[in-house]
Design a protein around this ligand. Structure first.
Ligand SMILES: *Cc1c(COP(=O)(O)O)cnc(C)c1O
Length: 376
């Protein structure tokens, strides 16, 4: 057996600002002893993100999932209603809907960019439908105009899972500006991180007040506890990490773009491989590098993943299985029948390693393995 050619490549690696910047940012906390509850760092990060994301309101949370659950409560949707969403996503999207007592109704995705297909939505609307929850999957923006036209016509709310879309713009307009609210995840593995963290962006001033109360036990500004809220406050150390990382975010995205382009040099124009298409009017964040293998037998994806793992390179079958195929939803949905395109893509997709510090050599190594399987 030959020696392994070189080191392990993980599917992702967290972006971290230089340590001395972080130390400078947290040092005042030893003076103030103000560690959470809307401290100075929290207020600064909200302001920095309002500017960066072009949103009049940014509400910070302990994590993206908590933000999503909180949005579902604070938008005051009719209890027990149906929410039309995509199964081609991370567990969080579907779980948030379920855990808040709503019923996920799955619409199929587009085979081009894997986002919710607006043409599949209207047939699923019933008198019980209360909202639409699309996902800007892999950082590709949904057809927001079409989704919101349907929502307006039927009096539905739109909440975007924008966990993948931090920093993405279309025609100069930020992903944070669509719908009634958008959720961003600032988890360690995302393009921008606060270690753990998340945020909601929206325009409604009243929603800002409700969310502040909701994530602090329902305690209002005057000290009265006005409803049974939960706890979802981001702490000062996470906010400080966000302040530092945000300063470097554009550089990090530029490095991701370089990695993306090197992948495309190797893997673009290879028969049987479909790469993510980035429209000319989109400033992308290069959050992920999904490859869809277009073989009829559905085996190439698994062969490539295994061959990469043999070389200590860890790609991810992201998203496989569909959330509607999770064991916990097993008897409720028929994914293959209800959302055939999503089902098919989930069987063929592999997300290759992509992060800001991924080297050209690493990418060349990864692509050699992929191509050796495809050309077999
Ligand atoms: C990461 C992620 C979430 C959840 O975010 P957390 O900050 O980890 O709670 C939700 N939806 C999608 C699509 C994600 O990728």
């Amino acid at each position: 057996m030959s020696e392994k050619s070189s080191r392990t490549i993980a599917v992702t690696r967290s972006s971290m600002a230089p340590l001395d910047e972080y130390v400078a940012e947290i040092t005042p906390l030893w003076e103030s002893r103000w560690l959470t509850n809307r401290g100075e760092k929290h207020r600064q990060l909200e302001a920095d993100l309002q500017e960066y994301l072009q949103s009049p309101h940014v509400s910070l949370f302990t994590n993206g999932h908590a933000a999503l659950e909180c949005a579902l409560e604070a938008l005051e949707l009719l209890a027990g209603g149906e929410i039309i969403t995509t199964p081609f996503t991370f567990a969080s999207t579907t779980h948030a809907i379920t855990r808040k007592g709503f019923k996920p109704v799955f619409a199929d995705i587009k085979s081009t960019d894997y986002t919710l297909d607006p043409e599949k939505i209207e047939a699923l609307i019933t008198p019980n439908t209360v909202a639409i929850m699309p996902v800007h999957v892999y950082g590709s923006l949904c057809d927001t105009d079409a989704v919101e036209a349907i929502a307006k016509k039927h009096g539905l709310k739109v909440i975007y899972d924008a966990a993948h879309a931090f920093g993405v713009k279309r025609d100069g307009v930020s992903a944070a500006t669509f719908g009634d609210a958008s959720m961003f995840s600032f988890h360690a593995t995302k393009v921008f991180n606060t270690i753990e963290g998340g945020g909601l962006t929206f325009t409604d001033d009243d929603l800002a007040t409700r969310l502040d109360e909701w994530k602090n036990f329902g305690i209002a500004a005057d000290g009265q506890t006005v409803f049974a809220g939960g706890n979802g406050k981001m702490n000062e150390f996470c906010a400080a990490m966000g302040i530092c990382n945000l300063r470097h975010n554009d550089e990090e995205i530029a490095k991701r773009k370089h990695a993306h382009e090197r992948y495309v040099e190797h893997l673009g124009n290879i028969e049987g491989l479909k790469l993510l298409e980035i429209p000319d009017n989109v400033e992308h964040n290069y959050a992920y590098f999904p490859v869809v293998f277009e073989d009829a037998s559905h085996t190439t994806r698994d062969e490539v993943a295994a061959a990469l793992a043999d070389e200590d390179i860890f790609a991810r079958k992201y998203f496989y299985p569909l959330t509607s195929d999770f064991a916990c939803y097993a008897d409720t949905y028929d994914a293959q029948h209800d959302t055939p395109i999503a089902y098919d893509i989930a069987e063929r997709v592999l997300t290759l390693p992509l992060y800001a510090d991924l080297t050209d050599d690493d990418i060349d190594r990864i692509c050699n393995v992929v191509l050796s399987c495809v050309n077999k």
